[in-house]
Write a protein that binds this ligand. Structure first.
Ligand code: MN
Length: 501
């Protein structure tokens, strides 16, 4: 029920040429289709039928209503009959939410023996949807076109993907990211234009002095800390010695719990959906609040390390889009390389901040020295990731535009690191390490990315389409020479197409 407050509207295009009986039949077909879509159990967001539009005025009215309704996160259009597309111009000019054009037909197979003109009048999507497609293309309206019979699983799956992206898009437009401390000094790739990000991607980024967070930290009560420490011991594997409250390890777990409570509380008070930290600016914390970041990510808070607010926002969107899916997602960093011929791979980890949603086993609570930021014994949960295919993504600011870089990856078995106990994944970027990493670097991609076992590239394609940003996708078919051509072509496209820059 993650998306229960959202709706997607369904609008049928027609015209009055075919008489009153046809209008009634079109309406009945549309009602039946929408009921069928909702009853399929395949769609994560409720579809609401908003009637058949037969004139420019009606189109404008329904799109204006869609713009103004907070529950509506997107509109599906379908041309039941030939709906002359000039009547869509004014409505489309004003519409500012995601659009899906469904090319389907109420009737499945041609009734060869009985088909007559009455049947034809009620099954005109074949040409009606082309008329509508033309006006969208002519007006440069960004949209997803889904083609297929409305009861087919594949059709429903493609609509479902788009719905989840619409939900993520709506969520991003009511998203505040809090930066505790600034960007890590001198780092280029994780920085960018926050004003442009708000215009283009929806979310807002604020700074919060670490001192404000420390006020929350100081006010955490012993009872609250104790309750959370007990939760840690209950949820995670651990050495029983950690439960001895006379040790420095216990004290570190205690303070990590206080940090988590303080962070969650300040984020809640500010209405924030994500945050960044910076190990150079940790106030009174006696250790990096890494365990807190791990656990808050699993709850759905966006997180980016070293002030990386773009990753914090993108991770939140990944988590939000994949609600109810079970394979997990995480903020990750390209940590170190493993050369092994065709099996060459990249270890994905961070100082501490990897999300336990991708863990293959119950995570283990451990305390070890970490010398970065504060040189201190530091609490964390340790695990290796599941195996299998996934997709990772990042957004970089190229100065005149944002570029979304997406890479299909294959997670293989990672190993524990006894001398560097952090959570990790190990992956081979597609099509292989050499081309995958090479293309990523040519595209200007970050060392931080937002990984998911549940998303497919189609989600990111829909996201980039809705946002109107560039996307480059590195997959099993990528070659460096073609990829370089694509980057050069995109450079020209976005230079000429100022509206998208
Ligand atoms: Mn990092």
């Amino acid at each position: 029920m993650a998306f229960e407050n959202y709706e997607v509207w369904f609008v049928t295009g027609a015209q009055l040429l075919y008489g009153g009986d046809a209008v009634i039949a079109v309406d009945a077909h549309s009602n039946e289709m929408v009921a069928g879509l909702n009853a399929s159990g395949k769609l994560p967001v409720k579809v609401v039928y908003k009637g058949t539009v037969n004139s420019s005025k009606e189109v404008e009215t329904v799109f204006k209503a869609a713009n103004n309704d907070d529950k509506c996160i997107g509109v599906i259009t379908w041309m039941h009959t030939f709906s002359p597309a000039k009547m869509w111009i004014h409505g489309l000019q004003q519409f500012n939410k995601p659009l899906l054009h469904l090319h389907t037909q109420f009737n499945k197979e041609i009734p060869w023996d009985t088909m007559d003109m009455d049947f034809m009048n009620l099954n005109q999507s074949a040409h009606g949807d082309r008329e509508f497609g033309h006006i969208c293309t002519r007006m440069r309206i960004r949209r997803k076109v889904v083609v297929g019979y409305w009861k087919d699983e594949k059709t429903l799956e493609r609509i479902a993907v788009w719905m989840r992206v619409c939900a993520g898009w709506a969520d991003a437009h009511d998203m505040l990211i809090i930066r505790f401390g600034d960007q890590m000094n001198n780092v280029a790739v994780t920085d960018g234009d926050k004003v442009e990000a708000e215009q283009r991607l929806g979310y807002h980024v604020d700074y919060c002095p670490v001192n404000d967070l420390m006020e929350y930290y100081k006010k955490v009560t012993d009872e609250e800390a104790k309750a959370l420490v007990d939760t840690y011991f209950k949820e995670y594997e651990h050495d029983p010695k950690l439960e001895d409250n006379r040790t420095v390890e216990y004290e570190k777990i205690w303070n990590a719990a206080k940090a988590e409570i303080a962070l969650r509380r300040i984020l809640k008070d500010k209405g924030a959906k994500g945050f960044t930290t910076n190990f150079d600016d940790l106030g009174l914390f006696d250790q990096i609040p890494g365990l807190a970041s791990q656990r808050l990510m699993a709850e759905g808070y966006g997180f980016g390390a070293e002030g990386d607010w773009k990753s914090a926002a993108l991770y939140r969107t990944v988590w939000f889009m994949t609600q109810g899916m079970t394979n997990g997602c995480s903020f990750l960093e390209d940590y170190t390389l493993h050369f092994d011929g065709e099996r060459s791979a990249i270890l994905q980890a961070h100082m501490l901040e990897v999300c336990p949603l991708i863990a293959e086993h119950r995570p283990k609570l451990e305390v070890h020295r970490l010398a970065i930021g504060v040189d201190s014994q530091t609490a964390r949960i340790v695990f290796t990731s599941k195996q299998g295919p996934g997709v990772t993504a990042t957004i970089v600011d190229l100065g005149n535009r944002f570029r979304l870089i997406v890479n299909d990856v294959e997670c293989i078995k990672s190993k524990p690191l006894p001398k560097l106990p952090v959570a990790s994944a190990l992956w081979i970027p597609m099509p292989n390490f050499e081309v995958g990493a090479g293309a990523w670097i040519l595209a200007g991609g970050t060392h931080h990315s937002c990984f998911s076992f549940d998303l497919t590239p189609e989600y990111w394609e829909d996201y980039a389409e809705i946002a109107g940003i560039e996307m480059v996708h590195i997959d099993k078919n990528t070659t460096i020479s073609c990829f370089k051509k694509e980057l050069r072509m995109n450079e020209v496209y976005y230079m000429l197409n100022k509206a998208l820059c």
